[in-house]
Design a binder for this molecule. Sequence first.
Ligand SMILES: *Cc1c(COP(=O)(O)O)cnc(C)c1O
Length: 435
Amino acid sequence: MNYYNLKDAEECVSFKKASIKGQGKEKGLFFPESIPHFTEDFIQNLNQFSDEEIAFQCMKDFVSADIPELELRKIVSETIRFDIPLRKINERISVLELFHGPTLAFKDVGARFMSRCLSYFLKNEHKKVTVLVATSGDTGGAVADGFHNVPGINVVILYPKNRVSPVQEKQLTALGGNIAALEVNGSFDDCQSLVKQAFSDEEINSELFLTSANSINVARWLPQQIYYLLALKQWQKTENNSPVICVPSGNFGNICAGILAYFRGLPVDHFIAACNANDVIPRYLTTQVLEPQKTVPTLSNAMDVGNPSNFVRILELFHENFRELKDQLSGYSVNDEETLATISKVFKEDHYLLEPHGAVAYHALESYLENHPEKKGIILETAHPVKFPEAVEKATGSSVEIPESLKDLMKKDKKTTEINPEFEELKRFLFNQNS
Ligand SMILES: *Cc1c(COP(=O)(O)O)cnc(C)c1O
């Protein structure tokens, strides 16, 4: 399988190239040349396959030209080495829990898959690669964990000082080794702009081999399809009709992977993009005008995105046919007040503890189901409540217990280098680290 650049289809590269480069010319996203279909037999009998086999079948057509079968089987089994359970919250809404990975957020799957692919590709190339990434919280932790101790790779993470939660900060700063955390005296936007400058700086790129690990990388985007297959595998045990699937969305990578799986033959009744106050896509779905906005800070901060990068891939899947897109995808915008009220209500009525991102999805799905009384659905819960303790405690009045797996991490020391949002400071750090 080759991947073409959505901004310039002439640029067409292998999976290996696409995952190492991250993005194409003019910052274009890579997109698979064809959409491989699942067989009918596979889709109707998912519960007869192990999770590892499903993950392998899901990924093989996308990467088999670059990664041999045995190696890929090893990579996918390491990628999903934790539970991804589907639980019923109530009669009409189930939840796919994507937070049982090492950093308690769904980004673990993409980050683990990508790190193992890069490590395979770089094994025989004696060059050191620096993964440079800006994070508002979850991405950094998942990337740090995914790449920790991977030979040949240094990771440099930029995060805004005092703007990530305590658990998130530990996940970025306590691992050490090949993972360096830069605490930036500024906002997430400052971090992102420093990273962008580094990628376009000639001096840096002539001396260091930089790559990005953000969600537009095909090696992070594509493995997210696995969630939707595992959801359906569990859904089919008790339900006859296809589910509505509601995804808390920021950069739209996760939901786009689900829609890709749908185009490959996975039976999904309808998709819902659940957004917070950053509602560019819900507005697009009513007005057909795509108008990026300045980011608004909210309680579900991993979705505070004013210009969702992956949406162009969704448009490509639908060949820009707006009517077909609207038939299959709805968008909702949920504010902070509704988010807290939803956490509180679901905790009281159903004894299920949501965190803000999952609560945005729950509220959106509930609104949709009110108008579609014959349907049932699944929300994706993308993080563990302990990653957003303030909001959860405010809504429920009780504190969130730290899971066993985090206790050791919380005891470790934080190691960071503080920098100002000045490009020269980042540059100096990168050169010192590699000298
Ligand atoms: C990143 C993230 C999202 C948004 O996912 P996208 O693929 O960017 O749409 C939602 N919830 C949590 C907890 C996240 O970390």
